[in-house]
Design a protein around this ligand. Structure first.
Ligand code: UDP
Length: 234
């Protein structure tokens, strides 16, 4: 079982079937699973995306300055982080939101040592606002935070059960990798994560598990060490 993990949840995951915003029922299911993983004794840090509200590269931002659009994208992750914090704390577990963009009234600023202290005190930490910089993604933020907090593994929860040779929703005979290297992801141009995030993990030997959060209980299973998704190693 892992002692400390960094869980990456995309914004779209929180929208569940709705496509936009937050699915009020689904976020409680996710919080329930995170609470269960925490009760196993695992320290959980979470990086949450914002694609359910706004993406810097989305069609709706086509006429916008990229930096302005990315600022909007980062702020949308804060909305998700606060929602997740609320759902987790409903389970009686203390949870802190730490934002890479300072906004003292709604979250703590991200301070690495303070984050580690939260883990030691048994709190869950939700890292918001990505890296705080435009032109990055929350996948890259997840890779960065995973390394900073010295997580055992980066767990990327998605809507498919692992990494495939092609998008399994479009190519029915795409094959699934039980294990793959970061170099192969880059070489085959697999869209599981952006290249910045992939190379950051590769260069720093951060293992990653890509798994589906569609089935209830999967977050607990991966935290307990079950190999239910695709394992990525350097
Ligand atoms: N973003 C950014 N810098 C970061 C992380 C995110 O500018 O370090 C912006 C970017 O516009 C991105 C949006 O925030 O499109 C939402 O993040 P992302 O698309 O990674 O969310 P997800 O796809 O995981 O829901």
């Amino acid at each position: 079982m892992y002692k400390r993990v960094l869980l990456k949840l995309s914004g779209e995951a929180l929208a569940a079937g709705r496509g936009f915003g937050i699915d009020a029922v689904f976020i409680h299911k996710v919080a329930e699973e995170i609470a269960a993983a925490h009760s196993l004794g695992c320290q959980v840090g979470i990086v949450v995306g914002g694609g359910n509200f706004f993406r810097g590269v989305a069609q709706q931002a086509i006429d916008m300055d990229r930096v302005a659009a990315d600022h909007m994208g980062m702020l949308s992750t804060v909305i998700n982080a606060i929602a997740l914090q609320d759902a987790i704390e409903k389970r009686g577990i203390f949870c802190r939101v730490m934002s890479a963009i300072e906004m003292h009234q709604v979250s703590e600023p991200y301070i690495r040592r303070r984050a580690i202290r939260h883990f030691e005190k048994g709190r869950i930490v939700v890292f918001a606002a990505g890296t705080g910089n435009p032109y990055f993604s929350t996948d890259t933020a997840a890779a960065l935070r995973a390394m900073e907090i010295k997580a055992d593994i980066l767990l990327k929860a998605t809507s498919v059960d692992g990494i495939y040779s092609a998008d399994p929703k479009k190519v029915p005979d795409a094959t699934r990798f039980a294990q793959i290297t970061y170099n192969d992801i880059l070489r085959l141009n697999l869209g599981v994560m952006d290249t910045t995030a992939v190379s950051l993990c590769r260069d720093n030997n951060m293992p990653m598990m890509v798994f589906s959060m569609r089935e209830q209980g999967n977050i607990v299973r991966v935290v307990a060490g079950e190999k239910i998704g695709s394992l990525v190693t350097a």
